[in-house]
Design a protein around this ligand. Structure first.
Ligand SMILES: [Zn+2]
Length: 467
């Protein structure tokens, strides 16, 4: 209705059609699906990661609209695409970013083929539908709409379609930050990492990722003397390693709460049943006799929440032995460590040494892409805009989220950029059915993709437009 009235007013006062304040959302929906399906049909699985067709597609769509693009590629077939809508320069730019590569597929596991973009029963099927071609299509649409609506901007809006997120940051975000930072430098960034949580068809809350843990790897190496399996040895490295691994699993690093996680648990409590709410509040207590039982419950029933509270350690690889009758001289375990952003990684390593407490076991860092450290504040214009848009489009609270996994925003936060992870609403039940990011199959609810485009347009326009 509002669209009709504003369109009628525009006619009366003789505004050019292109300057209508409200986009024609019906037409936008059809166009969104067309671009989204085109992107899903391109195999950009990484490795090997051939993002060039997606980059070419975006460039063509933008060129038709008169939006110039630049391409930055460390490797020719792995391009990053940048486009910029100029603002008055009164405020620093806003970056909207998404990645064009996807994780791999096993086609045998798919009912609808992984690059079909089939639409059925309100869903669109295909690899990348929720990670991250939904964000690519939404960011594209936002650029097209800002241009068509001729929205006057105080900030430049910069679009970045990056490569390599799923495989190697070397060709993607790291390359852009190390070699072309001036092209993407901004005060704020919106990228993947958040989204609505739907249960029984209703959105319960929308999370906005504001922080993430820092991935590291620790290797435990137990050493002893090799010997014949028929003569048991006290120094058997397998025995020492097994005990060390068990101690690491049993160890619970202390709870650390920050602005993001404190706000998250408080707001989650307000949405939860009385039993759950009590635990979400209790865990924030500085008194261990109050937080302890809640923490214990999370370890058993809500492991994500147990991890959000602290540095976490999961042993993931064990290597030892090669013959049944040989006691090996060495055994190794690798531990996936997610360092809490408020903690010092070197102190964590020291603590692990104390926990293992065995001179026969060496505890050391193992190689891993070390992501830089950075933080995002909640008291910003961008976060206020996000909260207001969540209320407008979803009528639910916004939960700031510290993710346990890593995203490319880490590289931007380390530069001081305030980055917020967003995304469409997903059915909570769908993950258990085997349809989610990185699952055997992947799909998205069409209506949620389309709602996300409207939400995304509002937040970008609100943060960037001239006031
Ligand atoms: Zn992703």
């Amino acid at each position: 209705m509002r669209t009709l009235i504003t369109a009628a007013l525009a006619c009366l006062v003789g505004l050019p059609a292109a300057a209508q304040p409200t986009p024609d959302w019906k037409a936008v929906e059809a166009e969104t699906l067309r671009h989204f399906q085109a992107l899903i049909r391109m195999d950009t699985t990484d490795p090997p990661g051939n993002e060039a067709p997606a980059a070419d597609y975006i460039r063509q769509v933008f060129a038709k609209e008169g939006i110039p693009t630049q391409v930055f590629a460390l490797e020719k077939h792995r391009p990053n695409v940048v486009a910029r809508l100029k603002g008055s320069g009164r405020k620093r730019p806003l970056l909207i970013m998404a990645h064009t590569d996807t994780v791999n597929v096993d086609p045998k596991k798919w009912t609808h083929p992984p690059f079909s973009a089939d639409r059925e029963g309100g869903w669109v099927y295909g690899r990348g539908t929720v990670d991250d071609k939904d964000n690519v299509a939404a960011a594209m649409m936002v650029m097209l709409l800002l241009k068509r609506q001729q929205v006057p901007l105080d900030r430049d809006v910069i679009f970045l379609a990056e490569s390599g997120e799923e495989g190697t940051v070397r060709v993607g975000i790291k390359f852009m930050v190390d070699s072309h930072y001036a092209e993407i430098d901004a005060e704020y960034c919106f990228a993947e990492g958040g989204g609505g949580t739907r249960q029984n068809g209703k959105v319960k809350f929308v999370s906005v990722q504001t922080l993430e843990k820092i991935p590291r790897a620790i290797e435990l190496t137990a050493r002893g003397v090799a010997g014949h399996g028929s003569v048991p040895l006290k120094t058997n490295p397998l025995s020492h390693l097994a005990k060390a691994v068990d101690r690491v699993v049993e160890w619970q690093p202390p709870i650390t709460i920050n602005e993001t996680t404190g706000t998250y648990f408080k707001r989650l409590a307000a949405l939860s049943s009385p039993e759950d709410a009590k635990r979400y509040r209790d865990v924030l207590s500085p008194d261990p006799s109050v937080s302890g039982p809640a923490d214990e419950y999370f370890r058993e029933h809500e492991p994500f929440h147990a991890s959000v509270l602290r540095t976490s350690l999961s042993p993931t690889i064990i290597q030892a032995g090669y013959r049944v009758n040989v006691i090996p001289s060495e055994a190794k375990a690798t531990i996936d460590v997610r360092v809490h952003p408020d903690e010092d990684a070197e102190k964590v390593l020291e603590q692990v040494r104390k926990v293992v407490n065995d001179p026969a076991v060496e505890v050391a860092w193992a190689p891993r892409d070390v992501r830089p450290h950075g933080t995002t504040r909640l008291n910003t214009e961008a976060f206020q805009v996000l909260e207001a848009a969540v209320t407008k489009h979803y009528s639910v609270p916004t939960l700031p989220l510290m993710s346990t996994g890593a995203t490319d925003m880490a590289y931007l936060r380390a530069k001081g950029m305030q980055c917020y992870g967003i995304g469409p609403a997903l059915d909570l039940e769908d993950g258990a059915k085997g349809f989610s990011a990185h699952s055997d199959q992947e799909r998205i609810l069409e209506e949620e993709l389309l709602r996300f485009v409207r939400f995304n347009y509002d937040i970008v326009a609100d943060v960037a437009k001239a006031k």
